[in-house]
Write a protein of this length. Structure first.
Length: 215
């Protein structure tokens, strides 16, 4: 199974969700490969280096726009799960990531700019989906709200707008928690860290994401 976490926008939690998803799959007993597509910043490659040998292993591989197709097709044979940490702005790279994926997770922050960006992203996603279906394949998508605060009216409003658009919104949401920033310093996911609330919400998101692929 290949999952990618991608979007048009930068700084919305793609890397955080990709790393945490990879960690959840590793704890679920799967052999996991996490792919860094951001050859400039390399934050997932660095996270992989910081991940201690006492933790469950996750193979981190860096790819470029030129070799992503070949690499993913090879890696998906050797691993149970491949998680692609997407890079924004790079049109070709994200289109290829979508074509290579079984499930695409689209993080969104609760702001109106995000909602507009996601509308544009879905146009691109649907084009790739049609291409894939035409070739006999399939790809599913799910929108994950990040840094969400249900106590804020604007956040609930954005959620309602996303629902109204009929986007495949996941019920589990991630709140703003410092644990997401701290855990990654040690190459960990939040389920390997101290904050129980972060752990519970991530496991709940993981469960939902796992269920998508089964249906
Ligand atoms: N739920 C959260 N709570 C607190 N901090 C978060 C949360 N999600 C992400 N962050 C932090 O927000 C910042 C941006 O997140 P991240 O790097 O995952 O986004 P990105 O979409 O991968 O960014 P880029 O487009 O630059 O690759 C990081 O510092 C990250 O630790
Ligand atoms: Mg990133």
């Amino acid at each position: 199974m290949v999952y990618s976490v991608t979007s048009l926008k930068g700084g919305i939690g793609k890397t955080t969700i990709a790393q945490n998803l990879a960690v959840c799959f590793a704890h679920d007993g799967k052999k996991v490969c996490l792919i860094d597509t951001d050859s400039e910043i390399q934050s997932t490659a660095d996270w992989g280096k910081d991940r201690g040998s006492e933790l469950l292993p996750i193979q981190v591989v860096s790819v470029t726009q030129e070799d992503i197709v070949e690499q993913v097709l090879t890696l998906k044979k050797a691993f149970d799960i491949v998680v692609i940490d997407g890079a924004p702005a790079l049109f070709e790279l994200s289109s290829r990531a979508i074509l290579l994926s079984d499930v695409v997770i689209i993080p969104v922050l609760p702001s109106i700019e995000e909602v507009r960006a996601i509308e544009r992203f879905m146009v691109r996603f649907n084009q790739s989906k049609m291409m894939k279906e035409n070739l006999g394949g399939s790809v599913k998508s799910a929108v994950a709200m990040n840094k969400y605060n249900d106590a804020l009216r604007i956040d609930r409003e954005v959620k309602r707008v996303l629902e109204k658009y009929g986007l495949p919104l996941l019920g589990s949401k991630l709140s703003y928690r410092v644990a997401y920033r701290e855990a990654k310093i040690e190459g960990k996911g939040v389920i390997e860290y101290l904050d129980k609330k972060a752990k519970d919400e991530m496991l709940s998101l993981f469960q939902e994401i796992k269920n998508i692929s089964l249906t």
